[in-house]
Write a protein that binds this ligand. Structure first.
Ligand code: 5GP
Ligand code: ZN
Length: 112
């Protein structure tokens, strides 16, 4: 399988990693859309949010708590935006599930 984010997990492609534990890593987005923009991904390959199963409940909660911890560390106490883009209409471009965390600027709604 040729997956960009699996290669980042394996260290085969460099990334600015800012958090790692047994289940997830977080790293800075290569094309940041805010002063803080990082991605939280599971180490295990899951293509998209729509592919999650009941067995992944704990893992998804783990991703959210990792996002919270790193957002705090990055100084996003005033707030931040979390996004899962899912499949084509959701604007997903990398098919390894990832939680975007964007902060340190005022977000707007609706998103593009
Ligand atoms: P998506 O559009 O799938 O929700 O988000 C994919 C994100 O991955 C984009 O924000 C994009 O900038 C980021 N990205 C794509 N390739 C790389 C890469 O090689 N390294 C890093 N750090 N981020 C990447
Ligand atoms: Zn993958």
């Amino acid at each position: 399988m040729d997956c960009l984010f699996c290669k980042i997990v394996e260290g085969k492609i460099p990334a600015k990693k800012i958090y790692e534990d047994d289940q997830v890593i977080a790293f800075e987005d290569i094309n940041p859309q805010a002063p803080v923009h990082f991605l939280v991904i599971p180490k295990r390959h899951i293509a998209s949010l729509i592919d999650l199963t009941e067995d992944d409940r704990e893992l998804v909660g783990h991703m959210v708590f990792a996002a919270q911890k790193v957002a705090r560390e990055q100084g996003c106490e005033k707030g931040f935006r979390t996004v899962f883009n899912c499949n084509e209409d959701g604007g997903q471009t990398v098919y390894h599930i990832h939680l975007h965390v964007l902060g340190k600027r005022q977000m707007t709604w609706p998103p593009g």
